[in-house]
Design a protein around this ligand. Structure first.
Ligand SMILES: [Zn+2]
Length: 452
């Protein structure tokens, strides 16, 4: 039989596809097992671990049985590479990371499958048709929290690797599987894995993409802006703040919000901020808090901000310092006509920062994925990711070009299934993902053609 995509001509790729098809029940069972571990993401550094360690040990045992070496490790506070992604001194008690390796026979490129085991909260649980932690098959779909984002993708990667091993196929390059925690929070698990030494010649993150190839993603910047006021009885005239009068911090937030909206509209209209694959950069106020008592002029008002920015906006180190300066400068200028705000400037506080990333569309991995998905009857596109994934950490901090390809993330009407009540995955898509990953591993881990 012929090889595919440059894979060894001795490998019968039709047999690989048939073997994966015959393991559909195993793929459903593995995804269901992973859903059964409660790995709801933590929202802060103090939150206790759940079933993360049990899930990682379960996967490690399974991969060892297939012939891999597998290392389950718990990063210590201080092990993380210095990065604005995570709070300083973050610990991982009960949240180990996994790196497994199917050793290559030599001479080929290495390929990494990376997936996050954490899922977003299943609340409100009583609105689900079935228990979110007991996967349920209905109408060709598998329902449960994480089926789509992204325990299904992890199961597809494991089945792909197991199938190649079971067929006795020894890849020339290493095939690595890294499963990590905390992606839904700040990417700490993959960051810790990178700190541990996880890297490869290229990586696939099987996040749900409709079997499209996602090569670019925006950076994320989280923070807040606070405006000060002066408290006073709200049913009396406030007087002049220069002589001790009250100031309403909520009303003083209004020009700040208008200025932030102006920044967003300016970015959207600026051709220099256009990217062929990505939405325009944006800044969205997401939480507002202000006031102390309903009969008192509020003494302060704080608004949380979710900022997304393009690779071209990153500073020389690849981070958001220029974006922060642009926002702060624009707001200061816009509110300078207000005497109170000029004398008491809005105060910005920035916390989590996730880097933007982009992989060259000419990278061989992109071609292998497109060819394989096309062979399976799909019409794959190259797309950008409006949100953020661990692929950025691998691309930017591990010298490992990483793209996303995984099962379908949308309902027939186009609305997303990830993070929803009654999250599900199409079983046919799980199988197609496993097939794509297996054939792409064959192609990618073959020796690179000699440069001419
Ligand atoms: Zn995800």
């Amino acid at each position: 039989m012929s090889g595919v995509n440059g894979a060894s001509a001795s490998v019968d790729t039709e047999a690989v596809l048939a073997a994966i098809e015959s393991r559909t029940d195993d793929l459903i069972a593995l995804t269901s097992d992973l859903v059964g571990f409660d790995t709801t993401v933590r929202g802060d550094a103090c939150e206790k671990a759940r079933d993360e360690a049990d899930l990682q040990e379960y996967l490690a045992a399974r991969l060892r049985a297939a012939g891999a070496t597998a290392d389950v490790f718990t990063p210590k506070p201080g092990d993380l590479p210095a990065s604005p992604q995570t709070p300083p001194g973050l610990g991982f008690d009960g949240r180990p990371q996994l790196i497994a390796r199917f050793a290559g026979t030599g001479g080929g490129r290495s390929l990494l499958f990376n997936g996050h085991i954490d899922v977003v909260s299943a609340e409100p649980r009583n609105e689900w048709t079935s228990n979110p932690f007991v996967a349920d098959v209905r109408d060709g779909r598998l329902y449960g929290r994480g089926t789509c984002d992204m325990k299904g993708g992890i199961a597809a990667a494991v089945i792909a690797a197991e199938t190649l091993a079971a067929l006795g196929i020894r890849l020339p390059g290493d095939l690595l599987i890294n499963t990590a925690t905390d992606e839904e929070w700040n990417g700490a698990g993959t960051l810790a894995s990178v700190g541990y030494g996880v890297r490869a010649d290229a990586a696939i993150v099987p996040e749900p993409t409709d079997l499209d190839v996602v090569t670019a993603q925006r950076g994320i910047l989280g923070g807040s802006v606070t405006v000060a006021g002066v408290p006073g009885h709200a049913e009396y005239p406030p007087g002049d703040w220069r002589t001790g009068g009250a100031v309403n911090a909520i009303e003083k937030m209004l020009p700040v919000l208008a200025a932030l909206q102006g920044v967003r509209e300016g970015w959207a209209a600026d051709k220099a901020h256009a990217h062929p694959l990505l939405p325009a950069p944006s800044i969205v106020p997401t939480v507002i808090k202000g006031g102390e008592w309903w009969v008192t002029y509020p003494a302060s008002c704080e608004v949380a901000l979710d900022v997304t920015y393009l690779p071209v906006q990153a500073d020389a180190g690849g981070w958001a310092s220029r974006v922060r300066t642009d926002i702060e400068t624009a707001v200061a200028k816009a509110v300078s006509a207000d005497p109170w705000l000029a004398a008491h400037p809005p105060a910005f506080a920035w916390d989590v920062e996730l880097p933007p990333a982009e992989v060259d569309q000419g990278h061989p991995l992109v071609g292998f994925l497109l060819d394989t998905a096309t062979r399976l009857g799909r019409s794959p596109r190259i797309l950008g990711e409006p949100s953020w994934t661990d692929a950025a950490t691998l691309t930017r901090l591990a010298d490992t070009p990483a793209v996303c390809l995984g099962p379908t993330a949308t309902r027939p009407d186009g609305s997303p299934t990830l993070h929803t009540i009654d999250e599900y995955i199409e079983i046919s898509d799980l199988v197609a993902t496993a097939k794509t990953l297996a054939l792409t591993a064959l192609a990618m881990t073959a020796p690179a053609p000699a440069a001419s």
